[in-house]
Design a protein around this ligand. Structure first.
Ligand code: TRP
Length: 435
């Protein structure tokens, strides 16, 4: 593996990018992708889109809009690996390999899934209402996205941190079973990245319907900025920058000096209309030149398509051989050479003595310890409940032969093998379980 840091992130293709996405994700990611020593993987998560959107036209349009936005914002597809998730068939294939090493209980704890269960409980409807298996499996697909490319760092918002932890868990399970193949990723959270307020002062988000479009026509940008909520202070009255959405949005685009000058204008009573005009001009200065490229790409989707397909080949140059390695590790392999390889590496598992629990016709619960050949080594007396029998078995397994004296009253000494054979069998079992 390379010594460079691999940074990977995905964007679900259900919406149209807004100014908050630009400040919070697009701009910092494009900048980070230019850092020497990092290798960026950036993709359009259209399989994830299907989990929450069943409108095909919307998924397609969003994929184009998001791709065009990133490219217009300066993403260099020569420098990064920029691709569409559904162009990489290795990702759903890895999803299955991971599915088989993931506890259902782990997925039960996913926040996004639990949120729907809570909502259903509150509404008094069936717990599984509106829960597709896709929603339940979301974290596994996301883990496959990340582990497919051995990403070291995944820049995400705080709401996604649990998914990165789950990806680590899945990678660790796979490695534990099949050898060290997968890299354990870390979540990269940048607390310096601005959380942009929307028109109403709450966090800018499609779900609050308070967004400013990123690459709408400039007239629309002006209109939306004019509708930012302010207090009712008149021109000439000093204005507070504290809690002002207008000021915070300005700061996300301006240099420190520009921001200081803007704050001074507030103190000196700038009219809200003038402040809005300044904000519009400042944003337009950064976004305007990008808008032209965006509009061009939207008009010529074949250019975007071509770039994405080239990105997919680059991504598959990594994914195809790596998936072959993972399949091989899990036992999906040609039937010829590999059988021999396994016999060399791993001696056949030695058969161990084992405990068996059962119920007799007297209604009582028993256990016995039998050797690999089936011979009875230890025979218990009857217990009232399977739990009592189980507890004694557990003690013999965890403590080994030294537990025997204390448990003698529960054992049928007449039906058990000589003490030395019992000691030996329990010791072997105890060692094997410890390993
Ligand atoms: N779940 C992410 C989101 O909604 C999108 C995503 C899908 C992603 N796969 C990923 C992000 C892999 C990072 C890495 O924001």
């Amino acid at each position: 593996m390379t010594s460079t840091l691999r940074v990977l992130t995905g964007i679900t293709t259900t919406g149209t990018p807004h100014l908050g996405n630009y400040v919070g994700a697009i701009r910092p990611t494009v900048r980070a992708s230019r850092q020497p020593g990092t290798q960026s993987f950036l993709f359009l998560a259209d399989y994830h889109a299907l989990i929450k959107c069943d409108d095909p036209a919307r998924v397609q349009r969003s994929t184009l809009e998001i791709a065009a936005s990133w490219l217009a914002a300066g993403l260099d597809p020569e420098q990064v690996t920029f691709y569409r998730q559904s162009d990489i068939p290795e990702i759903p294939e890895l999803t299955w390999l991971l599915t088989c090493v993931t506890g259902k209980g782990l997925l039960n704890r996913a926040h996004a899934y639990k949120a729907v269960l809570d909502k259903n409980a509150a509404a008094g409807v069936d717990a599984d209402t509106d829960v597709t298996a896709g929603l339940f499996m979301y974290p596994v697909l996301m883990a496959a996205d990340i582990l497919m490319f051995n990403a070291n760092v995944v820049p995400v918002g705080r709401d996604q941190v649990q998914h990165i932890e789950m990806a680590r868990d899945m990678a660790a399970s796979f490695n534990h079973l099949y050898g060290e193949h997968l890299t354990l990723p870390e979540a990269g959270i940048d607390d310096n990245v601005a959380l942009l307020p929307g028109l109403d002062g709450r966090k800018m988000s499609k779900s609050y319907d308070n967004v400013i479009a990123l690459f709408g026509p400039s007239e629309q940008l002006r209109r939306q900025i004019l509708s930012i909520v302010t207090d009712s202070r008149a021109p000439g009255e000093p204005k507070s920058t504290e809690g002002s959405a207008l000021f915070q949005i300005y700061r996300a685009f301006a240099s420190n000096e520009e921001t200081a000058a803007f704050a001074q204008a507030f103190a000196q009573g700038i009219a809200w209309g003038d402040a809005k005009q300044q904000l519009f001009e400042r944003i337009e200065r950064e976004i305007g030149p990008m808008r032209e490229r965006y509009q061009h790409l939207m008009a010529y989707p074949e250019e975007v398509e071509r770039l994405l397909l080239a990105g997919a080949s680059k991504a598959r140059a990594v994914a195809t051989p790596f998936l072959r390695e993972l399949r091989q590790a899990a036992g999906l392999r040609p039937l010829t050479a590999q059988l021999a390889a396994r016999a060399e590496n791993k001696p056949a598992k030695q058969e161990l003595p084992s405990f068996k629990q059962y119920r007799e016709s007297d209604g009582r619960f028993y256990f016995k310890l039998t050797g690999p050949d089936g011979a009875v080594l230890l025979q218990s007396l009857g217990f009232e409940s399977p739990r009592e029998a189980g507890q004694i078995v557990k003690r013999l397994q965890t403590e080994g032969p030294q537990a025997l004296p204390a448990l003698a009253t529960h054992l049928d000494s007449g039906a058990s093998a000589p003490a030395q054979a019992v000691d030996e069998a329990l010791t072997r079992l105890h060692e094997a379980l410890k390993a």
